[in-house]
Design a binder for this molecule. Sequence first.
Ligand code: ATP
Length: 310
Amino acid sequence: MTVASSEPTVRVRAPGKINLFLEVGPLQGDGYHQLATAFQAVSLYEDVVATASDDFTMSVAGSIDVSGVPVDETNLALRAARLLAAETGYSGGVHLDVFKEVPVAGGMGGGSADAAAALVACDTLWGTRLGSAELHRLAARLGADVPFALKGGTAIGTGRGDELSPALARGRFDWVLVVNEEGLSTPEVYAALDRHRDRHRVDISPARTLPEVDAGVLHALRAGDPAMLAEALRNDLQVAALGLRPDLAETLELGESSGALAGLVSGSGPTVAFLAASPEAAVELHDMLDASGRDVLLAHGPVKGARVIS
Ligand code: ATP
């Protein structure tokens, strides 16, 4: 990461996420779905370093393959910086250096974390000092997962996932993540789910109720009990992700037969997340999956949301 040393810089770190629970309501007239989700921020981080500049430019590097990440105006981090400048009337620009640990198009909200980090970094660098409610409002305009990346911890998301309420969570949860070279597009996974539901005439009539996070998830989080949480994990997008990438089923089976408490596709996939009983069990499972030739990472949650680290 190259940073011009004479200019003021701000470094912000934001986490990736796992959806512990994701219920997807029916497709609405506006093309979106109502969601009920439980997010957990995990210890894979995106760092964004903002440097004062007249223009809006950026670079991307990472511990993971970042070749699929655009560095033009379509990048969520640059869009976040532009939005903040437009909303506050700031007339200068910024150069953003993004360092990624979260797998690209992996269903772990890496781009959303970059956007959240860029908002906080520019707000600090430019001295625009928006309050957290105002930052949340801008975050929601950038994407449904961006408000959670600002907030971090463990939270319940409703609406499109952007209406957040905190969830009480005790203790630490250990995850083993199987990463895939080839990402999945979130809109394609939702479209595959709609087709699947049409084909199987799954009844999710809007007259029923709005999607809701199961009480079992909330109990397990409050108790800090991974075995209880394992029983409650659910992701409605999993069936669609498996339809698009049948090889993920084999990964799920291997992890579950190798000591994981449970496994699930993370968000829209294709990252597969396994919950382990302890940090030691996670290392053991990591090594076993690694020996099978898969690309594996360790993480734990919950961790903090976007914050200035220097
Ligand atoms: P989510 O779970 O939030 O739906 P994801 O984690 O599956 O998303 P991301 O890595 O956030 O996926 O990015 C998805 C796509 O968005 C990428 O393939 C890329 O084309 C584009 N993109 C735009 N900005 C970024 C960014 N800062 N980092 C990564 N991808 C970005």
